[in-house]
Design a protein around this ligand. Structure first.
Ligand code: ADP
Length: 546
């Protein structure tokens, strides 16, 4: 409508008097206001944010109404041919609510009263009638039209605004929680654009909220691997989540802050909704924790190293004292020294385990794989436990060599694996030692089976077994099953942890199957080498490495 008035003004301005009658001339101030209203309407249509649309529409409507009112005032309200425009505009007043409608009525009546009593313009009764018909009736009609129309929607509107209020309350609560969390929280959409960043994340990374929002996460959350190189699409947890929709947690990454400082962080990225829809990233600065862990490990390593030598010396002297060829002692003293010797042995094993663990954990543990014939190698280890098993009244069997073929000869299948022999010895000894230790009667059976690609070693016992709830924790550092069966059996809870770490270092797998009260089987699986591969490797290995 404003554009129409601008057009009419331009037409009147440029065309000759015969084409446009004086009644249709649009005054200059009206044209000016029309331009403003038209520009405002078009801008609002193109750029207005949706949450402010209602207010902006009302403002534009009021602007347009003022525009038409000004036109009518300047072109005579009773005789103007533009009265139709007012009727057109004012019938929409009710759409903007009762307050707007009352405003219109008040405005129209103030004008009427001022014209009647102040300016004495509308003296004739017919003028008043026309004024009421043209200016007041459309406004009242608008009330009837829009009030009637909007009535059935009132309930719906109420429910809608209730919902909006509740949702915004929930949103506010979540925001309060997210803002109060000490961990950094960042939400990214499917494109990896940052949609949310909480204050903790801002202070860890050193980016302000306004700067970080709507940016690609890669320019804000700069993740580096242990060696300080930027993560790639396979190691970036956020990309992994967007690609696979599976949560990823890692403590192995560094984060470069906006000032270039590198922090060790624990990052946990979780998917939102469907695959690739977005991700929530929660991260924490663990630089201090890692440093404390390192110091602890260093202390344990140094202490074990320093204490192992005196313990070995004590062990040696106790051995001499107990040996009838080197010392003469009475039975009582022998009894005491035997007990002391057992405890010192235990202490020595503990220090050895601690040393091995600290080597595994700080990466100092070497892994020198060599081809080994598993059956022969394990068979030798088993035989060193014969005496101990016999002492406890247990039957220790090594199944691969006790298997009988049709004519009664032992069958020894050959399984070649490429592993560190020392680590393998440690693992097998540990498992057999445990099997004997935790079995009161029955037998311990060591077996090796395999297929074309894998060889599996198993250590089975008919011992006390392991309750289901303990099985998940069994390979954790210092974990010991604590029940009436185990209370009197000494141990450190380090053996199985070390075994698993060693097996992992060798590229194998260690797991267990156990029924409480019936026995346990620990299984170790390695990749099997074919006969040809094994021969080739043995031949190409330098003699001094064998
Ligand atoms: P340790 O034997 O020194 O306590 P380990 O790490 O070797 O430590 O074993 C951890 C725990 O697992 C043991 O305390 C024991 O409760 C349980 N366990 C290990 N092997 C067996 C087994 N063969 N039978 C029953 N329980 C076992």
């Amino acid at each position: 409508m404003s554009l129409f008035l601008v057009g009419l003004f331009a037409f009147g301005y440029f065309a000759s008097g015969e084409v446009v009658t004086a009644d249709f001339l649009v005054p200059f101030p009206v044209a000016l206001v029309s331009v403003a209203v038209a520009v405002a309407s078009i801008s609002a249509y193109l750029f207005a944010p949706s949450e402010k649309l209602a207010q902006i529409t009302l403002a534009i409507y009021l602007g347009l109404s003022a525009n038409v009112a000004l036109l009518l005032i300047l072109t005579h309200p009773i005789n103007s041919p533009f009265i139709a425009l007012w009727i057109l505009v004012s019938v929409f007043a009710g759409l903007f609510g009762t307050r707007t409608l009352i405003g219109f009525l008040v405005g129209v009546n103030i004008y009427l009263v001022s014209q009647l009593f102040v300016f004495h313009q509308l003296d004739a009764q017919s003028d008043i009638l026309i004024f009421v018909l043209a200016y007041e009736i459309p406004v009242l009609a608008s009330w009837l039209i829009w009030h009637h129309k909007s009535h059935p929607d009132t309930q719906k509107d109420k429910a809608y605004s209730e919902l909006v209020r509740e949702l915004s309350q929930v949103a506010n609560k979540s925001e309060i929680v997210i803002n109060a969390i000490n961990d950094g929280v960042v939400a990214v959409d499917s494109q990896g654009t940052i949609q949310l960043i909480n204050p903790a994340a801002q202070s860890i990374i050193g980016w302000g909220k306004q700067d970080a929002l709507k940016l690609d996460y890669k320019s804000v959350i700069k993740l580096l691997n242990k060696t300080g190189e930027a993560v790639n699409e396979n190691t970036d947890p956020i990309q992994q989540v967007l690609r696979t929709n599976n949560p990823v947690t890692t403590n192995e990454l560094q984060l470069e802050t906006s000032s270039g400082k590198k922090l060790l962080v624990s990052v946990s990225a979780s998917p939102v909704g469907q695959i690739g829809a977005g991700a929530i990233i929660v991260f924490r600065d663990i630089t201090h924790e890692k440093e404390e862990e390192r110091q602890q490990a260093e202390f344990i390593s140094t202490a074990s190293h320093e204490m192992r030598t005196p313990v070995a010396t004590i062990e040696g002297y106790l051995g001499l004292a107990l040996n009838p060829n080197t010392a003469a002692i009475d039975e009582k003293a022998r009894d005491y020294l035997t007990k002391a010797s057992a405890s010192v042995k235990h202490l020595g094993n503990l220090f050895q385990d601690l040393l091995d663990i600290s080597r595994v954990e700080d990466g100092r543990l070497k892994n020198n794989p060599k081809v080994v014939d598993l059956v022969a190698f394990v068979g030798e280890i088993v035989s060193t436990f014969d005496a101990r098993a016999k002492e406890k009244g247990l039957v220790l069997m090594f199944k691969p060599t006790t298997q009988q073929n049709g004519i009664g000869h032992p069958l020894s299948p050959v399984y070649y694996v490429d592993v560190d022999n020392d680590h393998l010895r440690e693992v097998v000894s540990n498992l057999i030692e445990n099997a004997i230790k935790y079995t009161l009667k029955g037998n311990v059976t060591v077996d090796i089976i395999g297929d074309a690609t894998h060889a599996t070693l198993s250590v089975h016992d008919t011992g006390i077994g392991i309750p289901k709830e303990d099985q998940v924790h069994l390979f954790q550092k210092f974990y010991r099953v604590d029940n009436s069966d185990t209370r009197d059996i000494g141990g450190t809870g380090l053996g199985l942890y070390l075994c698993r770490r060693l097996v992992e270092t060798m590229g194998g797998r260690l797991w267990l199957e156990s029924l409480y009260g019936e026995g346990s089987t620990f299984l170790v699986e390695f990749t099997r080498l074919s006969h040809e591969e094994a021969t080739r490797k043995i031949e190409t290995t330098p003699a001094d490495m064998m």
